[in-house]
Design a protein around this ligand. Sequence first.
Ligand code: NDP
Ligand code: MG
Length: 393
Amino acid sequence: MSRPLRLTLLGATGSIGQSTLDVVARHPERYEVFALTAFQRVDALADLCRRFQPAYAVVASEVDGTRLRSLLEGSRTTVLHGTEALVAVAADAEVDVVMAAIVGAAGLLPTLAAVNAGKRVLLANKEALVMSGGLFMDALARSNATLLPIDSEHNAIFQCLPGGYRCGEAAVGVEQLLLTASGGPFRSWTLESMRSATPAQAVKHPKWIMGRKISVDSASLMNKGLELIEACWLFGLGPDRIRVVIHPESIVHSLVQYEDGSTLAQLGNPDMRTPIALGLAWPDRIAAGVGTLDLVAAGALHFEAPDEVRFPCLRLAREAFRQGGCAPAMLNAANEIAVAAFLDEKLAFTDIPQVIERTLTELPMMAAEGLPTILEADRIAREHATRLLATLH
Ligand code: NDP
Ligand code: MG
C-alpha cells in the first residue's frame, strides 16, 4: 500500500470523534492524524493530541488555544483557534480525508471547505447538509470530492445501492428508500407523559450511545426528520420516495426497494464504528472492532409506522424540505435553540416542535441564494426561536 491517508477529524472529542479514533488506532499503517479539533473540551483534546500526535489542534477561543498550547508544550502539535482555523485544517493540501463530526450548524463552513477542496468527506454532521442542501450538492458536483455518508441509515443505503454509485447521482431502478428509526426512548410514551420528560430520560437512548443533541433529536424524531432531508439530497429523491419505518431493535440500518421487487438491507450491531470504517476504507473493508451480528440471539425484528401526532418533528422536517429555500436551515436553527433550552431545563420536551413550527410560520421565507443568505436565515431563526422560549416557559 502507498503512504498512509492523512486525516482531519472535526469534532474529535465527541462521540463520533472517539469512534473514529478507535478505528484509526486499529490501522496505523493506513491512517495518519493531521488535525484534531474540539470546541472547548481542552483537556480531552490535549489527551488525544498526546496519543495521536497531530500536526494541528484547533479549539474555538483564543483563551482555550493558549491553555491547550501550554498543555502541549514541547510536542509537535501547532495549536490554532477559531472558524478560520477549522476551515484551514479541513482544506489543507496535505489532507486526504476529512471526518465532519462537529455537531450542528457550526460544522457547515469547514465541511463545505473540505468539499470545495476535493477531499474524501465523511459526513456525520447532517445539520451542515440539511442547512445548505442544494449549495452543498452543487459544490460536490463541481469538485473532485467524494462524499461518504456516516449516518448509519445513509451509510446502509449507500451500501445497498449498485456498486460504483456516488452520492448526488440519481440511483437507477430504485423505487423507494426505507429509513429505519429506533423510535427513541419515548416510542411508547403518551404525549401527556412526554410533557414532563427530563433531559436525563431523553438522552438515555435505548440502542445507541451518542452526543446529547442528537440523543434529544432521536427522542423527538427530529433526528429522523433531519435524516429524511439528508437522504433526499444524498440520493437525489423526493420525500415521497423515502419512508420512515420504526424498527426498535436497530439492527436493520435501512433498506433500498428496487423497481423489480427486490428489497436490499444492511444489518449489523448498532455501533458507529461500522459506517466509520466503511467511510475510511471504502471501497475496501477493514476491521472496526465491532462484533459479528448474531441473528439467533437477536431473535425477532419488529417494524411499525411512525406516529406523527405524538412526534410532529418528522412532519415539520418533511414540510420544510418541500417548502425549500432557507426553510430547512431555519428548521435546523430553531431545533438547535429548542434542544439547548430543553437540555437546560428551560423548555418542556413537547414544546420543541412548537418552537420550530412557530419559527417557520411566523418568519418570512427566504430563497437559498447563497451561503450568506443561508447563514442569515440561520441567525434570524435562532433569534426568533430564542424570543419564543420566553413565551413558552
Ligand atoms: P458530540 O456532542 O458528542 O460531539 C460534538 C463535537 O463537536 C465535539 O468534538 C465538540 O467539541 C465539537 N463542537 C461542538 N460545538 C462546536 C462548535 N460550535 N464549534 C466547533 N466544534 C464544536 O456529538 P456527536 O459525536 O454525537 O455528533 C456529531 C455529529 O454527528 C452530529 O451532527 C450528529 O448528528 C452526527 N451523528 C452522530 C451519531 C452518533 O452516534 N453520535 C450518529 C449519526 C450522526 P467539545 O467536545 O469541545 O464540545
Ligand atoms: Mg442516523
